[in-house]
Ligand binder design. Structure first.
Ligand code: FE2
Length: 278
């Protein structure tokens, strides 16, 4: 069993999306694609000007979007009748399939907003499926707690805590880990998967080889291996995300991700012709 080391350390790029929400983008810029993950954005600010414009109605096809709120409130609405308010700790896991139009708008005028949006690619055989989503209420989330750490399980399984996303083609793992100073987090990752850590706050040390300092808002791509060991140099909070690569050709067109350029043109055409929502 080999210890997992760091493959690459990436500082996110400041970006803006929706109607001008300021965010830090890592996957989607550098690296452009980390199969099966298409995008990872950390959005968050204490300044309402950075988030108030929100994400007005826009379409998606061929991907899954996973939104995880850490602070603040978002109101979401979509074309399949979904509507609700996201509160801190809530997760919305949406399989857009053939097409969904949704909006995500801040339900707050001041205060701190913080969260993540992850895009997971869908394989060709599932891209045109009916849209569906899973909503995970913070209060119902499966959590492991001991003296050294807390692991919130959004997907996958840690000890006895298990996430609600079952039978998924990329066998996703999505943990939110809080690790106390000088303590260790250890987990066996499938060697078939691409895995990364996103450090939210604190300082951590990964694996056994010497590496440069890892602090706030850093994306850390992990080598393939079996045993992940993370030690906290100060009280730290990070996301551990892992998924089995899809290994298909991808074609991107903004909010649409398909396999070919023709399929992107088709999505744009369907959207403009009002055939998008089935
Ligand atoms: Fe969206």
């Amino acid at each position: 069993m080999n210890i997992i080391e760091i493959d690459k350390i990436i500082n996110p790029t400041p970006a803006s999306d929706g109607a001008g929400v300021k965010l830090k983008r890592s996957i989607g810029v550098e690296p452009n694609y980390y199969d099966p993950f298409l995008m990872l954005d950390e959005f968050g600010s204490e300044n309402p000007d950075d988030y108030i414009a929100g994400f007005p109605p826009h379409p998606h096809r061929g991907i899954e979007t996973v939104t995880y709120m850490l602070e603040g409130h978002f109101e979401h609405k979509d074309s399949i009748g979904g509507q609700g308010k996201m509160s801190p700790g809530d997760v919305q896991w949406m399989k857009t399939g053939s097409g969904i139009i949704h909006s995500e708008m801040p339900a707050m005028k001041e205060g701190k907003l913080q969260g993540f949006q992850l895009w997971i690619n869908m394989p060709a055989k599932l891209k045109m499926n009916k849209p569906e989503y899973i909503y995970i209420d913070a209060a119902k989330m499966s959590v492991h707690k001991d003296n050294n750490k807390q692991v919130k399980v959004i997907a996958g399984k840690f000890e006895k805590a298990e996430g609600p996303v079952k039978g998924h083609n990329v066998e996703p793992i999505y943990f939110d880990v809080e690790l106390n100073k000088d303590k260790e987090f250890s987990f066996n990752l499938p060697s078939t998967h691409n895995s990364f850590i996103y450090l939210i706050s604190g300082e951590i040390y990964i694996g056994e080889k010497k590496h440069s300092k890892l602090i706030d808002s850093t994306l850390i791509l992990l080598d393939k291996g079996e045993i992940l060991k993370v030690r906290a140099r100060s009280n730290s909070k990070f996301l551990l995300i892992s998924g089995k690569p899809i290994k298909e050709q991808i074609a991107r067109g903004g909010p649409f991700v398909m396999n070919t350029k023709e399929e992107i043109s088709q999505a744009v055409e369907d959207y403009h012709a009002g055939r998008f929502v089935k």
